[in-house]
Design a protein around this ligand. Structure first.
Ligand code: NAD
Ligand code: IPM
Ligand code: MN
Length: 358
């Protein structure tokens, strides 16, 4: 193989549905600009998986996809999955949850960092008050898909949904949260559960947290029940640095966190298995209410591409993308959700130019 091809990072691109198909091309444009600037090589391969494909030929996640990604790719960038034409969103479960589970992407890192005071709906809060990361367990809990129907469709119907918490699963995510805190210079980890009501699964979380935190004497710890955590996030987000929690609570807490920093259009995430092929995506969904209008904010997707750069060791490129987003916000080169007047493509162009010329 030619040297340049061998050293290229192989990135899979899955735009998906709705605004995913609008924000991902912008993120790719920005990623290409960052790579070119740094003299890096990327090899991009696009996959057309999503609702259109599912409705056309029934394809969701090909059975060999996990093996292919492990073998042939360094990282995956995904837009969003979800389409009103697919009731139940079977394709989204197969593709998005399928990749999280089958690639064992047990960490969902969801940073909530306020880039500009004007973007938070909280009064008297500024950049120094909102800088935390939700570390969401990403492979078990209520998302494990265990359960079923009994007498479905009858008056006697029973539906069960099992909350799966394994010692191995809880240990590794709690340990990751502490290691993440250390690595990023955060000093506090808050574990959130509902062990007062979920007396088995979340009792395990409490016991494991009490064990693992002893390995990290340099990091302060705290515990909050999830209902209180969400209230405290809104009342005083400055108390949080790293929040570690289960799959469902992490989903909810990260949307609340996104609300504190300017909305879902701005929030990135990384679905990670350290050392293995990992998947980066904006926190938001396919946003059918605004899809196809060139108004979706591409910054969450761009920042997800930036997180991916950091993950594959391109730290300067990661920084360049974040710097460009900060500059766009400060110069009001934004979509309407952030108070600007630009379209999706115009913000993407601006960010790519900024990355190229910085
Ligand atoms: P959503 O995130 O798609 O939208 C919630 C709200 O945020 C909407 O008002 C939307 O207009 C706004 N929004 C989202 N992205 C935005 C952006 N880039 N710029 C500006 N505004 C943006 O959540 P929803 O409406 O609850 O779900 C819609 C579909 O997306 C559903 O099918 C859901 O299952 C799916 N979904 C997928 C993912 C994913 O693929 N990771 C995440 C969340 C929701
Ligand atoms: C997210 C989404 C997904 C989740 C849905 C689409 C299954 O809300 O990535 O936050 O709940 O994880
Ligand atoms: Mn979500």
């Amino acid at each position: 193989m030619h040297e340049s091809a061998r050293s290229a990072k192989r990135i899979a691109i899955i735009p998906g549905d709705g605004v995913g198909k609008e924000v991902i091309p912008e993120a790719v444009k920005i990623l290409k600009a960052a790579a070119a600037k740094g003299g890096r090589r990327i090899a991009l391969t696009e996959f057309d998986w999503g609702a259109d494909r599912y409705l056309r030929d029934g394809m969701t996640l090909p059975s060999d996809a996990p093996e292919m990604f492990r073998r042939d790719f360094d990282a995956i960038i995904l837009g969003a999955m979800g389409d009103p034409r697919v009731p139940g969103n079977q394709h989204a479960a197969d593709i998005l949850l399928g990749l999280r589970f089958k690639l064992d992407l047990y960490v969902n890192e969801r940073p909530c960092v306020l880039f500009d005071q004007r973007l938070t709906p909280l009064k008297s809060r500024s950049e120094k008050d909102i800088n935390f990361c939700v570390i969401r367990e990403n492979t078990e809990g209520l998302y494990a898909g265990m359960g079923g129907f009994f007498k479905k469709g009858t008056a006697d119907e029973i539906a069960t949904q099992e909350d799966i918490n394994t010692r191995k699963g809880v240990e590794r995510i709690v340990r990751y949260a502490f290691e993440f805190a250390r690595r990023r210079g955060y000093r506090r980890v808050c574990m959130s559960d509902k062990s007062n009501a979920l007396t088995y699964g979340h009792d395990l979380w409490k016991r494991v947290f009490a064990e693992i935190r002893r390995e990290f004497a340099d990091i302060e710890w705290s515990h909050m029940y999830i209902d209180n955590l969400l209230m405290q996030m809104v009342r005083d987000p400055s108390q949080f640095q790293v929040i570690v929690t289960c799959n469902l609570f992490g989903d909810i807490a990260s949307d609340v966190g996104a609300g504190l920093i300017g909305g879902l259009g701005l929030a990135p995430s990384g679905n990670i298995h350290p050392g293995q092929v990992s998947l980066f995506e904006p926190v938001h969904g396919s946003a059918p209410d605004i899809a196809g209008k060139n108004i979706a904010n591409p910054m969450g997707a761009a920042l997800a591409a930036g997180m991916m750069c950091g993950y594959i060791g391109w730290t300067a490129e990661a920084q360049a993308i974040e710097d460009a987003v900060r500059a766009a916000i400060s110069e009001e080169k934004t979509t309407t959700d952030l108070g600007g007047s630009l379209g999706t493509r115009q913000v993407g162009d601006w960010l790519a130019d900024r990355v190229a010329s910085a």
